[in-house]
Ligand binder design. Structure first.
Ligand SMILES: Cc1cc2nc3c(=O)[nH]c(=O)nc-3n(C[C@H](O)[C@H](O)[C@H](O)COP(=O)(O)OP(=O)(O)OC[C@H]3O[C@@H](n4cnc5c(N)ncnc54)[C@H](O)[C@@H]3O)c2cc1C
Length: 442
């Protein structure tokens, strides 16, 4: 039997669940034609670029967004929709290693879900927001110690965390796969494509111009300004440019930027809506999203219509990988939710995540009037919205560099050209370590 993901281009956004279930309509974003001048040009209409455009437009700045496809086409419209607070590191670690800059990263990343949900409320974005909390489960006792330490670290900062034993987490998620975990009350979930479209709508309402189907093919310094040319012959001359292309960054616009991140392809599958009886057994208590703490992590949730959405298992190439979708479906049916039997599978799709060597998102000041925000390591739903505002602050507030997200010095990764074989080795190693942890500490 042919299943979603077999023999179609699952990098096509229109194959995703989110495309089918989006409640925010696709914003009119006409391609750029002719030559225009603007204060700020933004390349990429994902959460980073759209949040930046919205925050600039609210301040009366003249802004144009240039997107190769349509708003939300990249990772923003096709992710798991899990709204997650914080970074890979605990706040203390960030402060110890980066001092004041670390404290700012801890605070901004910890407050990211709140920032996102307040944007959603302020602009009445119809994206199924659920701010009921986010669960981080553990698959073995070693993992559990790590996530418990993380929960305690945030608790010390006033977050009302809840620690979960095997029985409690089993009740909340509806699986006996996990040994425990914690609830972060700051997190939750959204319908990601609706969020991206809603941000585009809000930015346009505030005066931004958003152009779809306008891939930027060159960018040159022209006196004190930047001159961007699109594939269809449009030209934008801007005082300031933000590159918000994340894992979809290529080499044409700024040498080295693409090499500062490692693109990893992530996969997702979704069932048909569960029957009412089954729905009462999967995330039955109002929490809708969880991502585990393994090196090769798995994330799962239910959507508005009661479908199970399962994601994980990365690759580094563009090939079709029907076997990966098969494994994700097997995870649902055999490992996590055997009670659902053999559900109908409606959707399978994939997209690109940008990882960084230091596991931190990067705000780069590349040249006078040229900034980039990228590298969310799979946690960009809330963080990229924060980063968009941080970029807007940089361009408009003299003091922003001292108070906001610290600028990174862009460092192209030395082994980038050889990343595919190297990363395949790392992935196998991570999988081996996850399995070993399970055997030793399971
Ligand atoms: C499958 C998957 C699951 C994920 N799950 C989660 C999750 O549950 N929670 C979470 O927090 N994060 C998750 N993430 C990560 C999150 O989606 C990203 O961090 C976030 O969306 C990045 O937003 P962005 O705006 O920076 O980039 P993107 O949304 O990728 O946008 C970049 C845009 O730039 C455009 N572009 C590129 N080059 C050009 C050019 N030359 N000219 C014009 N436009 C250009 C692209 O078309 C694209 O639309 C997931 C990612 C994926 C792929």
């Amino acid at each position: 039997m042919k299943l979603p993901g077999d023999g179609h281009d699952h990098q096509d956004l229109s194959r995703s669940l989110w495309y089918a279930s989006a409640t925010e309509p696709n914003t009119a974003a006409p391609p750029l034609t002719g030559a225009v001048r603007t204060d700020v040009a933004i390349v990429g209409a994902g959460f980073t670029g759209l949040s930046a455009a919205l925050h600039l437009a609210e301040r009366g700045v003249n802004v144009r967004v240039l997107e190769a496809k349509e708003p939300g086409w990249g990772a923003s419209g096709r992710n798991g929709g899990q709204v997650i607070a914080g970074l890979k590191y605990e706040p203390e670690y960030l402060e110890q290693h980066f001092g004041d800059a670390g404290a700012r990263m801890a605070e901004l990343s910890g407050g990211a879900p709140d920032f996102l949900f307040s944007l959603v409320r302020r602009f009445e974005i119809k994206c199924d927001p659920a701010d009921s909390g986010w669960i981080q489960p553990a698959t073995n006792s070693k993992n559990l110690a790590t996530v418990t330490a993380r929960a305690r670290a945030w608790e010390k900062r006033g977050v009302k965390v809840t620690l979960l034993d095997k029985q409690k987490i089993g009740e909340l998620i509806g699986t006996d796969f996990y040994v425990g975990g914690w609830i972060d009350p700051r997190g939750g979930s959204v319908q990601p494509l609706s969020l991206a479209r809603g941000l585009a709508r809000a930015a346009i309402q505030k005066g931004a111009q958003v152009h779809g189907h306008s891939p930027v093919i060159s960018m040159i310094r022209d006196g004190k300004q930047w001159r961007l040319t699109t594939q269809n012959g449009g030209i934008v001359v801007a005082d300031t440019v933000f590159l918000c292309t994340n894992a979809y960054t290529t080499n044409e616009l700024w040498k080295g930027l693409a090499q500062s991140v490692i693109p990893v392809r992530a996969f997702q599958v979704a069932t048909a809506p569960l029957t009412d009886n089954l729905r009462r057994t999967v995330f039955p208590h109002g929490f809708l999203a969880s991502s585990d703490a393994k090196r090769m992590l798995t994330y799962t949730r239910v959507d508005r219509d009661g479908r199970i959405v399962m994601g994980g298992r990365g690759t580094f190439d563009h090939k079709a990988h029907p076997e990966i979708f098969g494994k994700l479906r097997e995870d649902v049916q055999k490992r996590f939710f055997p009670q659902v039997g053999e559900p109908r599978w409606d959707y399978a799709w994939s997209g690109w995540i940008a990882m960084t060597a230091d596991h931190l998102p990067h705000l780069n000041e590349l040249a006078p009037g040229l900034y980039a925000g990228l590298g969310y390591n799979g946690r960009g739903v809330a963080l990229a919205c924060v980063m968009g505002k941080q970029l807007a602050d940089r361009a408009t507030e003299a003091n922003a560099g001292k108070t906001g997200w610290p600028a990174a010095n862009m460092k192209p990764l030395p082994f980038h050209a050889f990343r595919q074989p190297a990363l395949r080795t790392i992935r196998s190693w991570w999988r081996f370590r996850d399995n070993l942890d399970k055997r030793l500490h399971g």
